[in-house]
Design a protein around this ligand. Structure first.
Ligand code: NAP
Length: 251
C-alpha cells in the first residue's frame, strides 16, 4: 500500500461536493488534485484545478490510471446514485492498494407533514404510477426517464439539465433547468404545472431539497427512490471537512 504524504489525489466528482473539495484543496503546496467527470452533461460546472473528462474503462481501466498517474489517494465524491463508478473505485482501490474515501452527503430526512412513499428502485417507482391518473413531476435525472417509458395514464413533466433521450413515456414534456432551486420557486412551479405527485431520488443536499419542502406545503405525495448502498468496507464521510481531515491524517 502506498504510504507517506498524498502528492496526487484523484477526486471522482460531478457533484457540488466534488467541486467544493477541489476548491478547498486548491493551492496546497506539493499536492496535485485531479478532478474526474464522467462527461454526461454538455456544459458541466467545472471544478478549479486539473480536470479530466470521460470514463476510465471499468475498474481495470481506473486501476491502470491510478498506477500510471501515481495516484496516492482517491476520494469518491460522486453522486449517491452513481453506483457504477463507486463500485469500480472500490475494486480499483482494492487491486492497487490506493486508499479510498467516499464523500457522501447525508440523505433527505422526512419531517412531519411529508407524504413520502419510499421505493427501492426506479422500476418500483414506475410500478406505483399512475397513483390516481395524474400529472407527475419527475426529477430523477435525464438517464432515468426511460424507466417510466412504459407508463400510460399519467402525464410526465421531467426536469433535467440536458434533454432526456428516448424511450420516453407516451405523455411527456421536459423542463430544462438546473439547481439550486428555492422553496418559493418550487411551490410556484408545482402549482403552475398542476403537479399531483413528485418522483425523486434520495439524493440529499441543499440544492434540490426545496422541492420536498414545497411538496409538503402543498400536501403532495412524493415517491422517493432510496439510495444504493456504499461499497462495503470503504470509509465514508458526510462532508468536505471530513474529507480534508482524512487527507491530512495521511500526512
Ligand atoms: P455511474 O452509472 O455510476 O457510472 C457509469 C460509468 O460512467 C462509470 O462506469 C464510468 O465509466 C463513468 N463515470 C461515472 N462517473 C465518473 C467520473 N466522475 N469520472 C469518470 N468516469 C465516470 O454514473 P452515473 O450515475 O451515470 O453518473 C455519472 C456522473 O454524473 C457521476 O460522476 C456523478 O457524480 C454525476 N451525477 C450523477 C447523478 C445521478 O443521479 N446518477 C446526478 C448528478 C450527478 P468507466 O467504467 O468507463 O470508467
Amino acid at each position: 500500500m502506498p504510504a507517506g504524504p498524498v502528492r496526487h489525489l484523484l477526486v471522482l466528482g460531478g457533484t457540488t461536493e466534488g467541486r467544493a473539495l477541489a476548491a478547498a484543496l486548491d493551492g496546497r503546496p506539493s499536492l496535485r488534485v485531479t478532478s474526474s467527470l464522467a462527461g454526461r452533461v454538455a456544459q458541466p460546472r467545472l471544478p478549479v484545478g486539473e480536470v479530466r473528462i470521460g470514463g476510465f474503462g471499468g475498474a481495470d481501466g481506473l486501476a491502470d490510471w491510478l498506477r500510471a498517474e501515481r495516484v496516492d489517494a482517491v476520494v469518491d465524491a460522486t453522486h449517491p446514485f452513481a453506483a457504477g463508478i463507486s463500485h469500480n473505485a472500490a475494486l480499483a482501490a482494492a487491486s492497487t492498494g490506493v486508499p479510498l474515501l467516499v464523500l457522501r452527503r447525508p440523505g433527505f430526512t422526512p419531517v412531519e407533514g411529508d407524504r413520502w412513499l419510499p421505493v427501492p428502485s426506479l422500476a418500483a417507482a414506475a410500478e406505483l404510477l399512475p397513483l390516481r391518473g395524474e400529472r407527475v413531476f419527475l426529477t430523477t435525472g435525464r438517464q432515468s426517464v426511460a424507466a417510466f417509458a412504459h407508463v400510460v395514464g399519467a402525464h410526465f413533466i421531467a426536469r433535467s439539465v440536458d434533454p432526456p433521450e428516448p424511450p420516453l413515456p407516451p405523455s411527456f414534456e421536459v423542463l430544462l433547468d438546473r439547481g439550486p432551486f428555492t422553496i418559493a420557486g418550487e411551490e410556484e412551479l408545482l402549482r403552475r404545472l398542476a403537479v399531483d405527485v413528485l418522483v425523486t431520488k434520495d439524493s440529499g443536499g441543499a440544492a434540490t431539497a426545496p422541492k420536498l419542502t414545497a411538496a409538503r406545503g402543498l400536501g403532495l405525495p412524493v415517491i422517493i427512490v432510496e439510495r444504493p448502498p456504499v461499497p462495503e468496507g470503504v470509509p465514508v464521510v458526510p462532508d468536505v471537512e471530513g474529507a480534508v481531515r482524512w487527507l491530512e491524517q495521511r500526512g
